[in-house]
Design a protein around this ligand. Sequence first.
Ligand code: C5P
Length: 230
Amino acid sequence: MSDSKIIVALDYPTADVALALANQLDPTRCRLKVGKELFTRSGPKVVEILVKQGFDIFLDLKYHDIPTTVAKACAAATDLGVWMMNVHTLGGGAMMMAAREAIGNTSDRPLLIGVTLLTSMDQYTFEQIGLQGSITDTVLRLAKLAKDNGLDGVVCSGQEASKLRAQHGDAFQLITPGIRPANSEQGDQHRTMTPIEALAAGSSYLVIGRPITAAKNPMAALHAIEQSLH
Ligand code: C5P
């Protein structure tokens, strides 16, 4: 168990490469995110290995299906021992409530997080699928729906964090990707924030991939980010 606010995105195609990176990191100093590519290629085994090594795992599979199916997937992820998992809020309140019930109420249960609208969704795509109004209002509405149905928090951009923090209080978890330390490559991210800016805006946890995983010395990159937070 770590008390770090940094979640390193293990965006790798194979377990070997992911585990090699994890071997360079200290499980007391960061948590790890396993997403669709790594999970689809390597399966739950890689999660089990990382959990055994002491890492807190955010299983980022964004479940979105009928309530029974999502509930069973969430129960399976709970059995894997993950620390955090997520579902799509667009699956609706009944789906989120079923997911929340499936992970139980033990003190060490995983955190259940909602994805509102993907940041890749622009106004054109938003309207293409029949949604109306503003993207920001929709994100705020879906975050409230997530909270009302028992979810622990949502994934959100740094730009949305301060509004969500003000609306939902300190206990609501805000998970923020698109983080770039000062002077680091933006890559394909557009509206980025530095780690300290995102925490100041109200984010609870920072999802950071390439600034750590593509560094020559990932632990040194992590250390530099920790220093920037003090
Ligand atoms: O390498 P980088 O720091 O850009 O990685 C960010 C991680 O967060 C990736 O795993 C990406 O898929 C994820 N993510 C994101 N933006 C979202 C949701 C998830 O960048 N809105």
